[in-house]
Ligand binder design. Structure first.
Ligand code: IPM
Ligand code: MN
Length: 366
C-alpha cells in the first residue's frame, strides 16, 4: 500500500518524538512492503513564529492532500502571553474542527513491566485496560458566545442531538470490539446538555442489546478512576470531561509518555498524536519518551489504513522493549540505565527486525 502522511512536529519535544515515530514507520514500510510518503508542515508556536498563524493555510492543504496526520505537541511558555487567536493550542483546536475529527480515542492500559512507575498501589493499577472515547469538536471548547470582559467572562456548553448520537454510536461500536461495556459519563444532575446526552445513550442502547451500559456522574467517575480503574472498558463522554478524565487516567500507567491517541472523523481520516504535551523543560535534550508517538503511529495504521498486523507488530515491539527493562528517564527506577529518545527508539527498531527474522524462520519450517 502507498500512503501519504502529513507530519506536524509542533513545539517542545514534538520534533524529537515525531522523528522517532517516523523512523519506526519506515521500518514497517520496509518490512511489510508499503510506501509511506512523509511531508512536513508547521503547527502551533512554530507556525506562529513563521506565519503569524497557529494553523497556516499551507498546513491545512498539506493535510488535505494526505491520508493521515501525525502530530507531535503544541504550546510552550514562549507563546503564553500571545492573544487568544495566536496561541499554539488554537492550531490544534482548529485542525480538529476543520477536519471534523469528532472522536478522540485514548486507550489506557497497564502492563506489568511499568507497574513500578504507577502512583497507585499495584493491586489497584494492575489489569487496567480501558478506552476513553472523548467527543472532540463540540461542547465548551467551541460553544458561542465565548467572551471575557473586565467584569465577567462566559463560555457556552452546547451539544446538538446529532453530535451526541455520532460519538455515542462510536463508543458502542468500539465496545463491541472489546469487552462489551460502555460507561457514559455526564453531569446529568446539573447540566441540560448532560440530560440530552443521557437521553441519547438510553435511546441508542436499544440498537446494541449485546452491550452493557452504565451511566456515571463525572465526579464519581473521577473517583472510580483511581479507586477501581480496572472496572472500566469503554468510557464515552463529552469534550471537557474527556480532557480531564483522560489526563487523570493516564497517570495510572506510570507515565503520560506512553499514551497514544487517535482523533478520527466519519470517513476514517484521522490525526494521531501523543496525549502528552510539549514538555519544554526537557525539549531538545534527547530525554523525551517517544513511546506515546510510536504507539500513535500504530493507531494510525489500524484505524486509518486497516493495517492490523503492522499495528500489532509495533505494539508488541514496544511491550518487549519495556519487558526487557529499557526505559527513558520518565519511567526509569533509581539505578536503571536511562536511555535517550534515540536509543530507546533503536531498541524498538531492533525488536521489529528480530520479529521479522523470527517470522521468516517460522515460515521456512511450515
Ligand atoms: C489535549 C490537550 C488540548 C485539549 C489542549 C492543548 C488544547 O490538553 O489534547 O487533551 O484540551 O484538548
Ligand atoms: Mn488534555
Amino acid at each position: 500500500m502507498k500512503k501519504r502522511i502529513a507530519v506536524l512536529p509542533g513545539d517542545g519535544i514534538g520534533p524529537e518524538v515525531t522523528e522517532a515515530a517516523v523512523k519506526v514507520l519506515q521500518v514497517i514500510a520496509r518490512r511489510f512492503e508499503h510506501t509511506f510518503d512523509v511531508a512536513y508542515g508547521l503547527i502551533g508556536g512554530a507556525a506562529v513564529d513563521k506565519h503569524d498563524s497557529p494553523l497556516p493555510d499551507e498546513t491545512i492543504e498539506l493535510c488535505q492532500q494526505s491520508d493521515a496526520i501525525l502530530l507531535g505537541a503544541v504550546g510552550g511558555p514562549k507563546w503564553d502571553k500571545q492573544p487568544a487567536e495566536l496561541r499554539p493550542e488554537k492550531g490544534l483546536l482548529a485542525i480538529r474542527k476543520h477536519f471534523d475529527l469528532f472522536a478522540n480515542l485514548r486507550p489506557v492500559m497497564t502492563v506489568p513491566s511499568l507497574l513500578h512507575a504507577s502512583p497507585l498501589k499495584e493491586e489497584v493499577a494492575k489489569n487496567v485496560d480501558m478506552l476513553i472515547v472523548r467527543e472532540l469538536t463540540g461542547g465548551l471548547y467551541f460553544g458561542e458566545p465565548s467572551r471575557k470582559t473586565e467584569k465577567a467572562a462566559f463560555d457556552t456548553l452546547v451539544y446538538t442531538r446529532k453530535e451526541i448520537e455520532r460519538i455515542v454510536e462510536k463508543g458502542f461500536e468500539l465496545a463491541r470490539l472489546r469487552r462489551g461495556k460502555v460507561t457514559s459519563v455526564d453531569k446529568e444532575n446539573v447540566l441540560q446538555s448532560s440530560k440530552l446526552w443521557r437521553e441519547v445513550v438510553e435511546e441508542k442502547k436499544k440498537s446494541y442489546p449485546d452491550i452493557e451500559v452504565e451511566h456515571m456522574l463525572v465526579d464519581s467517575a473521577a473517583m472510580q478512576l483511581v479507586t477501581n480503574p480496572s472496572a472500566f472498558d469503554v468510557i464515552v463522554t463529552e469534550n471537557m470531561f474527556g480532557d480531564i478524565l483522560s489526563d487523570e487516567a493516564s497517570v495510572i500507567t506510570g507515565s503520560l509518555g506512553v499514551l497514544p491517541s487517535a482523533s478520527i472523523g466519519a470517513d476514517g481520516f484521522g490525526l494521531y498524536e501523543p496525549v502528552h504535551g510539549t514538555a519544554p523543560e526537557i525539549a531538545g535534550q534527547g530525554k523525551a519518551n517517544p513511546a506515546a508517538t510510536i504507539l500513535s503511529v500504530a493507531m494510525m495504521l489500524k484505524y486509518s489504513f486497516g493495517m492490523e498486523t503492522e499495528a500489532s507488530a509495533i505494539e508488541e515491539a514496544v511491550n518487549v522493549v519495556f519487558e526487557d527493562g529499557f526505559f527513558t528517564a520518565d519511567l526509569a527506577s533509581p539505578g536503571d540505565r536511562v536511555l535517550s529518545t534515540n536509543e530507546w527508539t533503536d531498541k524498538v527498531v531492533d525488536e521489529l527486525d528480530i520479529q521479522s527474522v523470527s517470522n521468516s524462520i517460522m515460515f521456512t519450517y511450515n
